[in-house]
Write a protein that binds this ligand. Structure first.
Ligand SMILES: NC(=O)c1ccc[n+]([C@@H]2O[C@H](COP(=O)([O-])OP(=O)(O)OC[C@H]3O[C@@H](n4cnc5c(N)ncnc54)[C@H](O)[C@@H]3O)[C@@H](O)[C@H]2O)c1
Length: 371
């Protein structure tokens, strides 16, 4: 990346943020920012927000940062509206940045506004438990190579959908968890292997959704996500949950309608048979702050040990990314274009396209340009 952030500390209480889109995600961001003393102005056409449209935001250039948490297919239009009002705006875009067919237009918009700063909300890239997990893996893999990586993110989203929450029709299943799962894979794999992974055509892909990849120099990798609550790998992390009812749901491979259990883990198996598993939120159902405690299980033929890592990943990521945005040089951008191009190719594969719609020039662009 050509533009590095300037490492200057920022006091969150002094920051003024416009939050655009006050649904599930935007409300969470807004509540947290208000709690830490930020000035927050909210924009949403529904309900009792401060203003109903970006064009109504008073003195747009006076705000330190903007958060775009509207449905994915409106991100680009909202981002352009902000940049027309304030070409040097600093914007945190919810993920995914935009639908697959708008990726070229997003890249063009960044070129059109060279002083804008745009970062995609990449929660797991800033997560303390993920960093600790990855450090442990690096230590083990000096003596024992990684044989297989399995990442699962399963939730039953049907009640959310019935309640009118945004549904991703463009990316489908990929739009919910894939960006996060790629972030986790990026933390686990050495960087050259991760780049190779993104370029490698999966050996198996199904709508479930399951993507398996095996290539010469890479460990076997399988990413599995279900928004229907259908558990893929109960045996890899089910043991780590404390609540008997959560363990039951996992054991029968079915998170029922209305349950807010999220079965999320990264399992790394080594050639020796040893493994390390990062389990998110294992205290679901037994602790009020379960969303802020995660565990790392280290095991092998001789037994298993567990260590817990506390921390609010959402808030940590929001802090770090707002700090990055508000202290970076004009033009700083981190939109994870390689990940978005990879996800776009998966969408194409699922839709049965014989060749990708995303020309190599865009892929080259992401190496050559600031994104
Ligand atoms: N980072 C994460 O972990 C994470 C988690 C969930 C959702 N998301 C992303 O956040 C975005 C929003 O998802 P959600 O679940 O909060 O959706 P939601 O349906 O709960 O909320 C979307 C809100 O945006 C408002 N809106 C629509 N168009 C608007 C516009 N032009 N200007 C202002 N407001 C507008 C709607 O009225 C609604 O209140 C999506 O891109 C989604 O992929 C990210």
């Amino acid at each position: 990346m050509g533009n590095q952030a300037v490492g200057k500390a920022v006091r969150m209480g002094n920051v003024s943020v416009v939050v655009v889109g006050l649904g599930a995600m935007g409300s969470r961001h807004s509540r947290y920012l208000k709690a830490v003393g930020c000035g927050v102005l909210t924009v949403d056409p529904n309900g009792s927000e401060d203003v109903h449209h970006v064009a109504r935001v008073p003195v747009p250039a006076s705000h330190d940062a903007w958060i775009v948490a509207t449905p994915t297919d409106t991100h680009l239009e909202v981002m352009k509206a902000i940049l027309r009002l304030s070409p040097t705006a600093r914007i945190l875009l919810e993920k995914p940045t935009c639908p697959p067919d708008e990726i070229p237009a997003l890249v063009d918009t960044l070129k059109e506004f060279p002083k804008a700063c745009v970062v995609v909300n990449d929660i797991y890239a800033h997560s303390p438990v993920v960093t600790k997990f990855a450090q442990g893996l690096r230590r083990i893999s000096k003596e024992d190579s990684i044989e297989r990586i399995t990442i699962e993110f399963t939730k039953n989203r049907h009640r959310d959908v019935d309640n009118g929450r945004f549904v991703d029709l463009e990316y489908g299943e990929i739009g919910y968890e894939w960006f996060h799962m790629l972030s986790l894979l990026r933390a686990v794999l050495p960087s050259d292997s991760y780049e190779e992974y993104l370029q490698t055509k999966p050996s198996f892909i199904s709508r479930e959704m399951r993507v398996a990849t095996s290539a010469g120099g890479l460990p076997q990798v399988e990413l599995y996500a279900s928004t229907d609550g259908r558990i893929g790998y109960p045996e890899l992390a089910g043991y780590g949950y404390y609540s008997p009812s959560a363990r039951d749901q996992i054991a029968v491979r079915n998170i029922p309608y209305g349950s807010s259990l999220r079965y999320r883990f990264v399992n790394v198996r080594f050639r020796s048979g040893a493994y390390q598993t990062l389990i998110f939120e294992p205290r679901f159902g037994v602790h009020p702050e379960y969303k802020n405690v995660h565990s790392i299980c280290t095991g092998g033929p001789s037994g298993r040990s567990v260590s817990e890592v506390p921390g609010n990943q959402l808030e940590t990521a929001l802090n770090r990314q707002l700090e990055l945005l508000t202290t970076s040089r004009p033009g700083y951008a981190e939109i994870r274009l390689p990940e978005h191009l990879h996800m776009a190719k998966l969408v194409d594969m699922l839709n049965g396209a014989t060749s990708s719609n995303y020309p190599d020039e865009i892929a080259k662009d992401c190496h050559a340009s600031r994104v």
